[in-house]
Design a protein. Structure first.
Length: 189
């Protein structure tokens, strides 16, 4: 009986190692398949090891994972999250202009007015919602920005503009824009 349990534990451990394969689970079937990539890496022992691992992954691990993956969900062993994901595929920024002058822009070292307040962990979700869609929290943030702009700059016009672009953010397109001006200070989109 102990031998059966030992073999079962060994098999389960190997299955978990193959399914998880730390450092290899990010490789796909097309990793290091082109002759140019393979020849470039074969010159060093580390490169040769990478090519060998990619070949073993393609030949052995990926077919086994394809057969065992349906078992992960019912057995509740699937890892559907990633601690270090691929990263953002889109860059979103918020800009605030007071009387036509840029005073704040996300990630800009030159336009930092209100940056500590807008990056604060309890305010940041409101900033994200303002740039994602027209939510019920948007007027609260916009009114707070307007009030601070009037107080700090004596503003006559405030514009809040949200942009999006493919990562890393070179070519931007406007997603949303809000504007308000004295004397009534109502926000228009």
């Amino acid at each position: 009986m102990h031998q059966i349990r030992g073999v079962a534990v060994l098999v389960v451990g190997l299955i978990m190692l193959v399914l998880g394969a730390p450092g290899v689970d990010g490789l796909d079937a097309d990793s290091l398949t082109s002759p140019q990539q393979r020849e470039r890496l074969r010159g060093t022992w580390v490169g040769s090891l990478e090519v060998t691992i990619a070949d073993l992954n393609r030949w052995f691990r990926l077919p086994v994972v394809a057969r065992l993956s349906p078992l992960q969900r019912p057995l509740r062993i699937a890892q559907s999250w990633a601690l270090y994901g691929v990263g953002p595929n889109q860059s979103r920024r918020m800009e605030i202009r007071v009387d036509g002058r840029l005073v704040f822009r996300s990630g800009d070292a030159d336009a930092t007015w209100l940056a500590p307040a807008l990056r604060y962990r309890r305010v940041r979700p409101m900033v994200v919602n303002t740039c994602m869609d027209d939510s019920e929290r948007t007027p609260l943030l916009l009114n707070a920005i307007r009030n601070r702009a009037v107080r700090d700059f004596g503003a006559e016009e405030v514009t809040v503009r949200c942009t999006a672009s493919p990562w890393p953010g070179d070519v931007e397109r406007e997603v949303l824009s809000y504007a308000a001006s004295a004397p009534d200070w109502t926000w228009s989109q």
